[in-house]
Design a protein around this ligand. Structure first.
Ligand code: ADP
Length: 464
């Protein structure tokens, strides 16, 4: 049964883990899809902006007018490659302000709703003279690539477009002795890039329903599983406790019934009938067993009452009188040869508002246990004192004590400490449960401090 139960919990935990993994996989997949969709959407919007005629004309002016002039100078050997690049970037800077103004105005019209940084980078400038090529850019020790646009922050940027301009340019060739018209082919490659600083939170924002829904669903499933397993454990415990209880009741009823059987048989016996002492003695046994059976049945019946259902009949009672009566009745009823009861009830007298009958039952359960679970020489000490407007009753014994594990459950219904020695003592595990119910109904508390083989102290606090 136990292994079946552990298997069930293990399978449930595994299923939950699998569910968690599938959910994580689905969320990460959706995240990738949403990310791609987000960047496609942004790229398309920015591409549309960058294709604007005014922006194109600035680009054309930079490449097809300025750069071509610089390349002509380079051919005429009046400037170096590095100077071509420097001049190119200087021209780009003069156009950039106008370029950005137009770009930002267009971006505003698009109403994207989030910040997008844009730049256009130079990839290469190559002069082509088949089959030879002369690379003007990239050039050694040049870190700049941006032609137009904003400076990017550190972080991921994305290319959205590549552009290739191929052109043939005629120029006045001043090389050599004579002036002539020559031409050259050149190719310029550029790329457009975007950067969205907070793209992660934007993508996650688009997924919030899915994420929140998954978390709620997951928590719900965990809660459901936890509740089901907890319920199952409780049901199992109750079933075990009930079986124990039925065994105990059967055992408890058998003994007085067997004694009653023997006693009634004895009463038919002529020898006993003719001896009044023996007759009365046997009758006494019948009476005692009868009252024991009555008590057992009462205990079983009253255990179904909870603290709310207990009807208290409170009255004003003097503590001294109450305890004197209780303890002397207890001593007489117990008929234990080696019982010492130490009465240390608080003096001066305190008036308590209690249900005399129920509180007597509650305290008698504790006192009787001191004898039931005590050693040969039983000493019970009852101390009462006033602590912070609470009337404290301490009942200590020098008995076998209760283990720390048993202490936790000692006030539970049907609970009996799991020691085999203890099970030689009769009981249903209802006495302390009922005591606890009565004390709770009085608005009080009951606690136990115990050391095994040394003794136990029950502390009851009743509000005044
Ligand atoms: P019962 O005595 O009918 O078994 P109780 O509810 O009175 O039921 O007690 C529950 C269990 O607590 C007992 O079975 C016993 O193991 C343990 N117990 C109670 N009082 C004492 C005590 N004074 N010393 C040691 N064990 C005790």
């Amino acid at each position: 049964m136990k292994s079946k139960f552990s298997l069930l919990i293990a399978i449930s935990a595994l299923a939950l883990l699998a569910l968690c993994a599938i959910q994580a996989y689905l969320i990460s997949n959706t995240y990738e899809l949403k990310k791609t969709a987000f960047f496609n959407e942004t790229s398309n919007a920015v591409s549309e902006i960058a294709n604007d005629r005014e922006l194109d004309s600035l680009y054309d002016a930079l490449i097809e007018v300025d750069l071509e002039d610089h390349l002509a100078d380079y051919f005429n050997e009046s400037i170096t490659k590095r100077q071509v690049v420097e001049r190119f970037y200087r021209n780009a800077d003069t156009y950039n302000e106008q370029y950005m103004q137009r770009y930002e105005a267009l971006q505003l019209q698009k109403e994207l709703g989030y910040e997008v940084a844009y730049r256009q980078n130079l990839l290469s400038i190559v002069i082509i003279d088949y089959p030879n090529t002369d690379t003007i850019f990239p050039i050694k020790d040049n870190e700049r690539e941006r032609i137009f646009g904003q400076k990017f922050k550190t972080g991921i940027s994305r290319s959205i477009n590549y552009a290739r301009t191929f052109d043939t340019n005629e120029f006045i060739d001043r090389r050599g002795d004579s002036i002539s018209i020559s031409s050259y082919d050149f190719e310029v490659r550029t790329t457009q890039e975007i950067q969205v600083p907070n793209w992660k939170s934007l993508v996650l924002k688009r997924m919030w329903v899915l994420i929140v829904g998954s978390i709620i669903l997951f928590l719900f499933v965990i809660g459901l599983l936890y509740y089901s397993i907890k319920n199952l454990i409780t049901q199992k415990k109750i079933a075990e406790v009930k079986t124990d209880f039925i065994n105990n009741v059967t055992h408890e009823l058998k003994t007085p019934l067997a004694t009653l059987g023997i006693a009634t048989k004895s009463l038919r016996n002529e020898a006993i009938k003719s001896n009044p002492d023996a007759f009365n003695n046997t009758l006494g046994i019948v009476e005692r067993q009868n009252s024991r059976l009555q008590k057992l049945i009462d205990q079983v019946l009253t255990n179904s009452l909870s603290a709310e259902e207990l009807q208290l009949n409170k009255e004003q009672v003097s503590d001294n009188v109450f305890f004197n009566n209780l303890l002397s009745d207890f001593e007489i009823a117990t008929q234990h040869a080696h019982l010492t009861v130490l009465n240390k009830v608080y003096s001066p007298e305190v008036l308590l508002r209690i249900d005399r009958f129920h509180l007597t039952t509650a305290l008698l359960n504790v006192l009787e246990n001191a004898v039931k679970y005590g050693k040969d020489q039983v000493t019970v000490t009852v101390i009462t004192r006033l602590v912070n407007r609470n009337y404290c009753i301490e009942i200590s014994d020098n008995g076998m004590g209760v283990s720390p594990t048993d202490q936790k459950a000692i006030f539970d219904k049907f609970y009996r400490a799991g020691n085999s020695d203890i099970h030689n003592v009769k009981g249903l595990g209802l006495g302390l449960y009922f005591t606890h119910q009565i004390i709770t109904a009085h608005g009080g508390t009951i606690t136990l401090k115990s050391i095994e083989n040394e003794g136990s102290t029950f502390t009851i606090k009743l509000p005044l």
